[in-house]
Design a protein around this ligand. Sequence first.
Ligand SMILES: Nc1ncnc2c1ncn2[C@@H]1O[C@H](COP(=O)(O)OP(=O)(O)O)[C@@H](O)[C@H]1O
Ligand SMILES: [Mg+2]
Length: 240
Amino acid sequence: MKRHLIAIAGRKGGVGKTTTACGLASIFASQKYKVLIIDLDPQSNAGYVLGTDPTAPGTVELLQGKKPIPIKASENLYVLPGGPNLAGHTIQSLDPLDLADAIESLQYDVIIFDCPPGVEYLERLGLVAAKIALICTDAHPLAVMGASRVIQDLQVRQKKNRKGASRLGLILSRIDLRRSMDQSLDQQLAEAYPSIKRFIIHQDASLAWAAAERVPLIEYDSKGKAANDLMTVSNWVVNE
Ligand SMILES: Nc1ncnc2c1ncn2[C@@H]1O[C@H](COP(=O)(O)OP(=O)(O)O)[C@@H](O)[C@H]1O
Ligand SMILES: [Mg+2]
């Protein structure tokens, strides 16, 4: 089976990266793919949201070559938590290719890198290890600016023929079409990035509740708006 390597990035915080990463992981796992989330955030939100111990050995140990055992969050769904040591000197001085190398021998059908906000060397590890980048933004101009920077960095890498995600998707996150700012976001991104596929994830309380109750989305609400939106993303990942 083909391995899908997906980085979820956005540079700005609070734009739905972790929610998208965990929701998508839950959908893939329910479709019988064996899924691993690699949490690249010093705050370890993905580990927490999936109900595992966010302080257990995880991404740091993987990057140090220690072969940590991913924690099982639910059927087919595993996580390597992040943690404050991701911000330490040893990780900061890694080569951008080190995560790509570290995942070579991992036996999963889907690996999702949940990138942190702001910390570019950690985000880069994920973007370089991935084949697909899903770039999250909400309608706020600062979020759009953060997403643009990620896209620009990836396009520069591509031009230089450097390793990194080459298939891009834009995740328009927390969309409520009653808000005028949300209404214009799709058009704005279509004009700026006509060749990048766009996906809308509606504002849906079930996503926030699944995270708060630390339950995978599909177990919390498999038929809601957000689950449906994320299913469109998972189909695109697998079918194109
Ligand atoms: N589509 C959505 N509908 C409702 N709440 C959302 C949605 N996406 C994200 N949230 C909420 O927004 C907050 C920030 O999301 P999060 O995924 O943690 O952002 P990031 O990882 O980009 O910092 C969380 O409280 C999350 O539950
Ligand atoms: Mg996050």
